[in-house]
Ligand binder design. Structure first.
Ligand code: INI
Length: 155
């Protein structure tokens, strides 16, 4: 019979890092609210959550790496918003943050989840930050909970 290993959604006694970008702060703040709500509802204490602000999404991976390397966190949640309308180098920033976050997770061995909204315009970004299309911050925190528990079972 096969053995199935999967992560449960329990956040008590787990420590989370959140890396969040100030650029498009209007959206980031709503992503943070979603992530915090998810972690609290699954039993994580506020004092077990450390929030690190960075200037923009491009800067997220380097700080996520520091958090992962510190050994202080069971998972790191990366939050931000890259909006096409706001920049001509949207594609560059969006690609780098996605690639960077993935690399950090592999390098550190700590679950590092992608909660960065990429959108064509502000309206679309807001839709993904707690209105019509849910909240990517909440979703990212949920993934962090599941992965943190799964990693601990695989250790
Ligand atoms: N950073 C974002 O988080 N979102 C954006 O839409 C964005 N735009 O439009 O340029 C953005 N740029 C800044 C970038 O992330 C870095 O902070 C900057 O390049 C310094 O490293």
């Amino acid at each position: 019979m096969s053995k199935v290993v999967e992560g449960n959604l329990r956040g008590d006694d787990l420590k989370f890092g959140i890396v969040i970008s100030r650029f498009n702060e209007f959206v980031s703040l709503r992503l943070r609210a979603g992530a915090m709500d998810c972690l609290r509802r699954h039993g994580t204490d506020d004092e077990d959550i450390t929030v690190a602000w960075v200037p923009g999404a491009f800067d997220i991976p380097s700080v996520a790496k520091k958090m992962g390397d510190s050994g202080k966190f069971d998972a790191v949640v990366c939050l931000g918003a890259v909006i096409r309308g706001a920049t001509s180098h949207f594609d560059l920033v969006a690609a780098e943050v996605a690639k960077g976050v993935a690399h950090v997770g592999m390098q550190t061995g700590v679950p590092t989840v992608f909660g960065v909204v990429t959108a064509d315009n502000l309206e679309q970004a807001i839709e993904r930050a707690g209105s019509k299309s849910g909240n990517r911050g909440w979703d990212a925190a949920r993934a962090a909970l599941e992965l943190a528990d799964l990693y601990s079972k695989l250790d």
